[in-house]
Design a protein around this ligand. Structure first.
Ligand code: SAM
Length: 260
């Protein structure tokens, strides 16, 4: 784990992830791999100041009270709610791509501030091989959450069909589908789509963006998304790799809302 600066005015403080059930009043417990990392890698000891995040937006600043044989027991001094979290909640419907590329996407999207990742099996998805990695993706998201100083662990859904993925984001304020081949009705995100949505909604709280796999979306998928109120969007003249397109769309969305 890298040592990172979390609070601007303070020295490096290690961040640990605990499940919400391991927070009891003013105390926390660190178990499992986080405990082993603290004990055997970081050599943490009683009295050390640490930060604990529960993945639900709570950040606890506290201290190690006791190092037991299988756990750390700590006390909480201060609780912060969603520090450094973007206000805009972005869901990304990500076409299945090769395992290491999906992992890269999970890591970068988590660092930047994604709220939800929906892996989707589309008509042109090459294989389901990467599906076995869901637990692995969750671990990647936990590391990226801690590394970037986030307190919210992005939710990673089970792999679903394209239709199901659109249903999962049905209520989002703004819904987008990225398509590099789209010609008519092809819009740019920041200069066209966002201002258009703002005409109807003064505040955009939730956004969803769908990005295709290596082979892109089919014409039918684009048509289906459009009938479900998705705006087809352009992310520039160059054809991007799938994971790059997701990162670019997420970045533009958060930037446009003043979160980057
Ligand atoms: N041959 C595929 C096609 O043209 O649709 C290329 C797919 S691209 C490698 C993978 C996905 O990234 C696309 O389905 C799209 O969602 C997104 N993408 C890549 N470049 C894009 C661009 N310039 N504008 C919008 N979306 C893009």
């Amino acid at each position: 784990m890298k040592r990172i600066t979390v609070l601007p005015s303070q020295k490096h403080i290690e961040i640990f992830y605990v499940k919400p059930g391991d927070i009891n009043g003013d105390n926390f417990i660190i178990k499992g791999s986080e405990f082993h990392h603290a004990k055997n890698v970081l050599r943490m000891k009683t009295g050390d100041q640490i930060i604990v995040v529960d993945g639900n937006g709570n950040e606890y600043i506290g201290m190690i009270k006791e190092m037991q044989y299988d756990r750390i027991v700590g006390s909480i001094f201060k609780t912060l709610l969603k520090p450094r979290e973007p206000v805009l909640e972005v869901s990304i419907i990500q076409g299945l791509i090769k395992g290491n590329r999906f992992k890269y996407f999970v890591e970068k999207a988590t660092e930047i501030g994604v709220r939800k990742i929906i892996p989707v099996y589309t008509e042109r998805s090459l294989s389901m091989d990467s599906v076995k990695d869901i637990k692995h993706w969750e671990n990647t998201a936990i590391s990226a959450m801690k590394q970037s100083g986030r307190s919210v662990l992005p939710e990673i859904s089970e792999v679903c069909s394209f239709k199901e993925s659109l249903e999962k984001v049905e209520k989002c304020d703004i819904k987008l589908i990225a398509h590099s081949k789209f010609k008519s009705g092809f819009k740019s995100l920041e200069s066209s789509v966002i201002p258009e949505v703002r005409k109807h909604k003064s505040v955009i709280k939730t956004a969803a963006v769908a990005v295709g796999p290596e082979g892109g979306f089919t014409a039918d998928e684009i048509k289906y998304a459009k009938t479900n109120n998705f705006f087809p969007i352009n992310l520039g003249e160059r054809r991007l790799r799938s994971e790059t397109a997701s990162i670019v769309a997420l970045t533009i969305l958060l930037f446009s809302e003043g979160d980057l």
